[in-house]
Design a protein around this ligand. Structure first.
Ligand SMILES: [Zn+2]
Length: 245
């Protein structure tokens, strides 16, 4: 096994306890898949609420030298997310870059550094998705290709609500992603045999199939996909195969 990038491992350790080991495992799988000059570097994992607010202030209440002009005296805005509206504040997101020859960074998502016919970025996306992570490159409104997140089915709103009711891992201020306290769970019925997937999309692996006519509980949704609970099973089903009770 090739040695893992220490900076990335250290940053993985700042993630939510449910994601730390997995993020290191993903790094290892990427190391094996990318055999050329490029390796994955985690450029960002946890961002403190204070750091988030500092970023949010740029171009708004704090002058950003970048983009500053007569008509734009505050400079460019750099994010639309104040504290606690970024998954990075919840320790549930990573940003990546390619580290080339251990020295320079690249965000080229089309380059095939190891010559196996598949761009490195694409290989990495597939590995994250295999573990049920969502890719910012799939978003329609604000495409964020370096960004991956895993929210355990919860929407940002639901995570914020958990925070407000202090649904934390015991002894910490980290939101518990294994409880569904305070979450409404409408009952839905499967309208045919349906696949339950690990993420909201056809490119995520199937965990299990559920027969037609079963009752499932809706926990959240993401575009065409509903995050459901079925006994002990949780996963994503396309909304076309569900009806309300
Ligand atoms: Zn990000």
């Amino acid at each position: 096994m090739a040695e893992l990038d220490k900076i990335s491992v250290d940053r993985a350790r700042l993630l939510h306890p449910e994601l730390r080991d997995e993020a290191i495992q993903i790094l290892n799988e990427c190391n094996i898949a990318l055999t050329g000059r490029a390796k994955v570097r985690y450029t960002y994992t946890y961002r403190t609420p204070e750091e988030q607010n500092d970023l949010y202030a740029l171009g708004r209440t704090k002058v950003n030298p970048d983009g500053k002009s007569k008509s734009r005296p505050m400079g460019y805005k750099v994010t639309n997310a104040p504290a606690w509206s970024s998954l990075h504040n919840f320790k549930l997101a990573v940003d990546i870059a390619m580290l080339i020859d251990g020295k320079t960074m690249s965000w080229d998502d089309l380059k095939d550094w190891d010559g196996d016919g598949i761009a490195e970025w694409k290989e990495v996306v597939a590995i994250f998705k295999k573990h049920g992570w969502e890719w910012g490159g799939d978003w329609s409104s604000f495409i964020d290709k370096p960004h991956f997140q895993k929210t355990f089915g919860f929407t940002l709103k639901q995570l914020q609500a958990k925070r407000n009711i202090c649904d934390f891992i015991a002894g910490t201020d980290i939101v518990n992603v294994r409880t569904t306290a305070g979450i409404k769970k409408p009952v839905l019925i499967t309208t045919s045999t349906v696949n339950v997937r690990s993420g909201a999309g056809l490119d995520y692996p199937v965990i299990k199939a559920i027969a037609s006519g079963n009752e499932v509980l809706q926990l959240s949704e993401n575009r065409d996909w509903i995050f459901i609970e079925f006994g002990k099973l949780q996963g994503w089903i396309n909304r076309n195969y569900l009806k309300s009770k």
